[in-house]
Every structure is written in structure tokens, then in C-alpha cells.
Design a protein around this ligand. Structure first.
Ligand SMILES: Cc1cc2nc3c(=O)[nH]c(=O)nc-3n(C[C@H](O)[C@H](O)[C@H](O)COP(=O)(O)O)c2cc1C
Ligand SMILES: CCCCCCC(=O)C(=O)O
Length: 369
């Protein structure tokens, strides 16, 4: 990716511009479902504020003309250190739903993470030339959980991403005020017939299908069940990160679920350095929650991540223009990253991971339990 000149000079200039366009198009309750966080949305806001407090220290005289954004994520080649985050119910924002996003990701050379709660059969998401990760919710219906793991493996998924921060859904006040329920056309068809939640609020549906008792011993069961690289999504504590590595996790997603679960949780970008220090290179570290620019990707790399997951901006692109809109978002992010890397004097991703970062962080490391 060539730096500088590749960044478009026409609208949308930023991922936030794409969100503005999507907001103008979507029904307010749908916009709120995607944009919203839990509780008073302190963590949602803090995610952004924390990125802005991470100040990169550029290197000079490194002769970087073109920054190479390519890398691998969990062994999968990627055109930049970004994968599409798992998100339920894509069709709430656009009828083309998950298949459009998986095609756009494949064309952009990026992994797409299919959610347990995708609105179309999983086999429609395994795109020729694309790389599929599969996100697993730990369902009360254990047979369905096992079936989903086996199905992901059968379809050639390249990683199994177990979400560990949703024993039940955070209190999403916007959804409660709006009386939001997932429309039938976006229903999670990979759940068994009786579990698809018709007409239920999202919180009530989550409570009826997700098993909140998920624990470390279940992780051992998952580890034994599949040969796929196993990634835990939603880790914020270094001790949990170490334990996951000890139990055979191949990757972690440092994530507060985009501010949608524990309101008041630490911003992911602030949690990252301690996790990186705790586990070193024992497994791959991805990060999400609040990534909105190429500079944010660079900040995450500089603080020790191997890559990031991109969440809401993908849905904003889908809302604006289907597959083409998602492609525009991913291309813009890649161009921004190339420019930021070149300006920081980082010719490639390995160099980006060695950049310095300065910034304020309030830290109290808790006692071991
Ligand atoms: C509409 C929506 C649906 C989501 N659904 C899921 C899901 O089904 N499983 C999951 O692990 N995470 C889910 N997430 C969380 C994302 O995977 C990701 O952690 C978060 O969106 C990242 O933050 P960002 O949106 O600020 O980039 C969802 C997020 C949104 C916005
Ligand atoms: C069974 C319904 C759970 C919906 C969770 C999707 C979501 O909004 C999120 O994970 O965030």
C-alpha cells in the first residue's frame, strides 16, 4: 500500500463521516442498537478518549516511501492487521447482510468473523479466496454449541473465537427506551428453530440462549473439541490472559465489547500493555473497541497488538452502500494506516510494533485472587 497519495481526498474522508451518513439513513432505533453501549456509556466514550491519549513517537530519517501494511493474523495472510469483528444481525442495517460483508472482506484481503448470531447460514459466509473466523457464544443448548464448532471446522474456518464477556447482555438503555427487537429478516438462523428469539428484546433473547455459567473448565472442553486455533474474545485482565495461554489459547482479543457489556470497564487500549507484558509472544493479541482510524490501528500495534478487529464502522459502510460501502471503509482504513506508518517512519508492521507511545494512564494492578 503506497502511503500518502492513496488516501482519498473526497468525502468520506474518515470512518466517522461514514457513520454520519449511516445515521442519516437508518431508523433511529436501528442506529441506536448498533451505536449504543451499556449503562451510562462511560466505557463507550472512554474507548475513544483513551485512543486520543495515546501519543505515538515517530521515527525520522527512516527513508520510508511506501509502508507495507501486510501481515498475518492467526496464520492467515492479511492486507493489513485488521479483521472484521463478529457482529450479530447485519441485516438490521442492510438487506444484503453478512454475505455482503464477507465478500468485501475477502476482496480486501482481510479475515471476516462470522457471528453465532449471523442472519444467514454459515455456509453462505465461506467465500472463495476469503478467510473465515467463527465467533462462538456459549449456548445453553450444548448440542447446538458443539454443532456450531463442528460446522465452523467443516467450512474451513481458520479460527474459533469464543466470546467470554457476555454471560448475559449489558443493560443497553437505548434499546430499552426504544423497545428494540431484532426484526424477523435478521433472525439468527444458525440457532435451533425454537431459539431464534422472534419478537423478544435483545436482552431477553440473550438471557434465554446464552449460558452464563461458562467457566475455565468449559474452555478445556472447547480446546479438546476442536483443532482450530482458539481465540478468547473479551479479555481485559493480565491474569486471565495468562490462564488462557496456559489452557492452550492461540489468541486473545483484548476487548470490552465496544462498550456494550460492563459499563465502567477499562478501555481496551489501556488494558493492552499489561496483557502484552503478562504473556509476551505466547499467543497472538488482537484488540477491539473504538478503533476508528489508521492511526488507532498503529497505536494498537505500537502497544503490542498483532492486529485489531473493526466493529461498527463495517456496519456503517454496509448501511450506506452494501458491499461497496464496506469496501470503501476497509480501503479507507488501509490507506490511513499506510499514511500513518509512513509518517511514523515504520516501513512495515514489525517496525510499527516497535514504535514508542507516550500517554496518561491511571493504573492500579489488583491483588491476585
Ligand atoms: C451491532 C453489534 C453486534 C455485535 N454482536 C456481537 C456478537 O454477536 N458477538 C461478539 O462477540 N461481539 C459482538 N459485538 C461486539 C464486536 O465484536 C466488537 O467487540 C465491538 O463492536 C468492537 O468495538 P467497535 O464497534 O468500537 O469497533 C457486536 C457489536 C455490535 C456493534
Ligand atoms: C441472543 C441475543 C444477543 C445479542 C448480542 C449481540 C450484541 O448486540 C452484542 O454482542 O453486542
Amino acid at each position: 500500500m503506497t502511503a500518502g497519495t492513496a488516501v482519498p481526498a473526497t468525502d468520506p474522508l474518515t470512518l466517522d463521516d461514514v457513520e454520519d451518513r449511516a445515521r442519516a439513513l437508518l431508523a433511529p432505533e436501528v442506529y441506536d442498537f448498533v451505536a449504543g453501549g451499556s449503562g451510562g456509556e462511560a466505557t463507550l466514550r472512554a474507548n475513544r478518549a483513551a485512543f486520543d491519549r495515546c501519543h505515538l513517537v515517530p521515527r525520522v530519517l527512516s527513508g520510508v516511501d511506501t509502508a507495507d501494511t501486510t501481515t498475518t493474523l492467526l496464520g492467515v495472510p492479511a492486507s493489513m492487521p485488521v479483521a472484521v469483528a463478529p457482529m450479530a444481525f447485519h441485516a438490521v442495517v442492510h438487506p444484503d447482510g453478512e454475505p455482503a460483508v464477507s465478500r468485501a472482506a475477502a476482496a480486501a484481503g482481510l479475515p471476516f468473523t462470522a457471528a453465532t448470531l449471523a442472519g444467514c447460514p454459515l455456509d453462505e459466509l465461506s467465500v472463495p479466496g476469503g478467510a473465515l473466523f467463527f465467533q462462538l457464544y456459549w449456548l445453553r443448548d450444548r448440542d447446538r454449541t458443539a454443532w456450531l464448532i463442528d460446522e465452523a471446522e467443516r467450512l474451513g474456518a481458520r479460527a474459533l473465537m469464543l466470546t467470554v464477556d457476555v454471560p448475559f447482555m449489558g443493560r443497553r438503555l437505548r434499546d430499552l427506551r426504544n423497545g428494540f427487537a431484532v426484526p424477523a429478516h435478521a433472525a439468527p438462523v444458525n440457532l435451533s428453530d425454537t431459539q431464534r428469539g422472534g419478537g423478544q428484546s435483545v436482552g431477553a433473547h440473550a438471557a434465554s440462549v446464552i449460558d452464563p455459567t461458562l467457566s475455565w473448565s468449559d474452555l478445556e472442553w472447547v480446546r479438546r473439541r476442536t483443532r482450530l486455533p482458539l481465540v478468547l474474545k473479551g479479555v481485559l485482565d493480565p491474569a486471565d490472559a495468562r490462564r488462557a495461554v496456559d489452557l492452550g489459547a492461540d489468541g486473545l482479543v483484548v476487548s470490552n465489547h465496544g462498550g456494550r457489556q460492563l459499563d465502567g470497564a477499562v478501555p481496551s487500549i489501556l488494558a493492552l500493555p499489561a496483557i502484552r507484558d503478562a504473556i509476551g509472544d505466547a499467543c497472538e493479541i488482537l484488540l477491539d473497541s473504538g478503533v476508528r482510524s489508521g492511526t488507532d490501528v498503529l497505536r494498537a500495534l505500537a502497544l503490542g497488538a498483532h492486529g485489531v478487529l473493526l466493529g461498527r464502522p463495517v456496519l456503517w459502510g454496509l448501511a450506506v452502500d452494501g458491499e461497496t460501502g464496506v469496501t470503501a471503509v476497509l480501503d479507507l482504513l488501509r490507506a490511513e494506516l499506510a499514511t500513518s506508518m509512513a509518517l511514523a517512519g515504520a516501513p512495515h508492521v514489525a517496525a510499527a510494533r516497535r514504535l514508542g507511545v507516550r500517554g496518561a494512564s491511571a493504573t492500579r494492578v489488583r491483588e491476585e485472587r
